[in-house]
Design a protein around this ligand. Sequence first.
Ligand code: BGC
Length: 457
Amino acid sequence: MSRNDRSEGDARLTRRRYVAGAGAVVTVGIAGCSDDPEDEFEEDDGTGDSGGDDTNGDSGGDAPDAEEGDLEIVHWWTAGGEEDAFNALLDGFREAHPDVEIVDNPAPGGAGSAIDTVIQNRVLDGNPPSTFQIWPGQALTPYTDADLLEDIGDSVWDDEMREAYLDDIIELSSPAGDLVAVPINIHRMNNLFYNVDVLDDAGVDATDIDDPQGLLDALETIDAETDAVPLAHQTQSPWSTLQLFEDVFIGQHGADEYVSFIEGGAADLEDEIRETLDLLAAYADHYPEDAGSISWDQGNDELIEGNAAFLHQGDWAAGQYEAAEGFEFAEDWDMVPFPGSDGVYHSVIDSFVFPTSNPSPEATEQFLNYAGTVDAQERFNPVKGSIPPRTDVPMDEFGAFLSRQFEDFENSTNQPPTIAHGTAVAPAIHSELEEAFANFNENLDVDTAYEAIRDAF
Ligand code: BGC
């Protein structure tokens, strides 16, 4: 259904229900650890993750030689499709503000795995970039607790913008009361992408897979019937296994249990968590041989090439398919909601913020204002593989896949936040869980992983 098939009033009404219940920010964990708010910043978790899964050792995101007043943007959108989307956003901004000099300073690494350290150091040193990419919700709280983000509730969030955005997204952008972020997209995480020909060759019908156990059966069939890698999963960096854990858990136990889990209920959910870990350990037999040294988009390249069958990933993976030559939705690739998670839109959101001690207050305000417009979100999201957080963006340019995602979003009964992408739990807990899954990727030890998960909360 295209956005134009419904009256604007209808669309606004339904989309305003977004993340019901999830906007309530989970506050377990970091509070009370220390009197110094700066101690709440995520520590290096020792997983070796700070280098990021796509990094090549460059010091991405470090302070560049920028002139005062230049707009320096730090982000991690350098993988297939992501870069095109970011460039589409910058093109729009340049048209609107041709006088602003942009310093594009990426810190590559899937799911922001390399950005935290560099940004935290720069912000704490009073040497921040003009703006940086960050998930709204819990990920913002170390910065708001330490008063390191400007309140942009008047300067950027005018009435027009407030009226157009989904209410719960506004809530995620103001974890401490003041509005401090401008969200630009809504991704879905609970996707199971697949190569149509590979599944046909194996005689597997993705729409017949009812639950996460059924996916294991399908992976075994692919393994027996084809030469393809059954699941194009990366384990170099722990975030992809953490997000897979989240969706297997939802697929097995439902979104309500998942919300209990992120609200701190791990100790009461021991059997459920162990069941999920057991199945994850069985999936691991079907990862690529080089899973430990590839990035998420390199895994996805194999799916595009017909060398892999399935990928569990956010719909940024669809941005990569769009960027690939001759790889068409429905003919060559398709997606089903992760088995057992029908009706759930497991959301991942990106935003930009206005750090204090800003090197370019005027240009930063112009950029944040622009990021909140229809024009910006209409250029960025179709290329990125996401849907817009504004309710009034025309959906004509979004293509068949994203139109279907949008429809699923409209019809979804749950839109829970994510751990792996920062909205659901405080950064300190997120960091502990990443460490637990870095270890699990190495040893597949269910007992140790369960204890680490329980203790993280
Ligand atoms: C971000 C996406 C990005 C993905 C992979 C997620 O955390 O929200 O925008 O494409 O990571 O890097």
